[in-house]
Design a protein around this ligand. Structure first.
Ligand code: GRF
Length: 191
């Protein structure tokens, strides 16, 4: 199955997905990285693995639909069947959602529906919750609102800093995301 990863930033989840593909634990072909931020570290990571990459400035397009149409064309050219958001800091609009309905997933660093949007870890610390976690969900037109596929709780200890919580969350993300994506592919095959 041909997948595209959309990412805007560091790309640690991108790297985790690439390594699970390389080890054969995730049976997919990463046919494209879509990045919306020039100079984002994830771009270099893709280059290292010789993964086809497109980088766009959404602002250079007339509107969101025009930007997403360009991305859609890239995906279609490469026969992309499934889209994985990994730190992609942009809401997906109808131009991409319609053709890829139930074929776009996202990972979010909280137990949704708690703490959607930006800085979920900061929000959790602010509220002094004792448990946060990671959610993998289908993408719809809302902000982190789509149907939940998998969740894993992570305890926040008394003295945990934002960095401590981030480290714990990322460790879970890097294991959980490739696993969940693989399980979706298996389910699809058996249908
Ligand atoms: C992850 O924490 C993910 O949950 C959120 O954005 C972050 C991306 O980190 N959506 P990275 O770029 O994969 O390191």
């Amino acid at each position: 199955i041909n997948i595209a990863v959309f990412a805007s930033g560091t790309g640690s989840n991108f790297d985790a997905i690439v390594s699970k593909v390389e080890s054969g634990e995730l049976e997919a072909n990463i046919a494209l990285l879509v990045c919306d931020r020039i100079g984002a570290p994830v771009i270099e990571k893709a280059q290292k693995h010789e993964i086809d990459t497109v980088v766009y400035r959404a602002k250079s397009f007339a509107d969101k639909a025009a930007y997403e149409q360009a991305v859609l064309d890239d995906c279609r050219q490469r026969g992309i069947e499934f889209i994985v958001l990994a730190g992609y800091m942009r809401l997906i609009g109808p131009t991409l959602l319609k053709p890829y309905e139930r074929r776009i997933v996202n990972i979010h660093p909280s137990l949704l529906p708690a703490f959607p949007g930006k800085d979920a870890i900061g929000q959790a610390l602010e509220k002094k919750v004792k448990v946060t976690g990671v959610t993998v969900h289908y993408v719809d037109d809302g902000m982190d609102t789509g149907p939940i596929i998998a969740q894993e709780p992570i305890p926040i200890e008394e003295n945990d800093t934002a960095d401590d919580v981030k480290d714990k969350i990322q460790a879970v993300e890097h294991r959980l995301y490739p696993q969940v994506i693989q399980s979706l592919f298996i389910k699809e095959e058996s249908q």
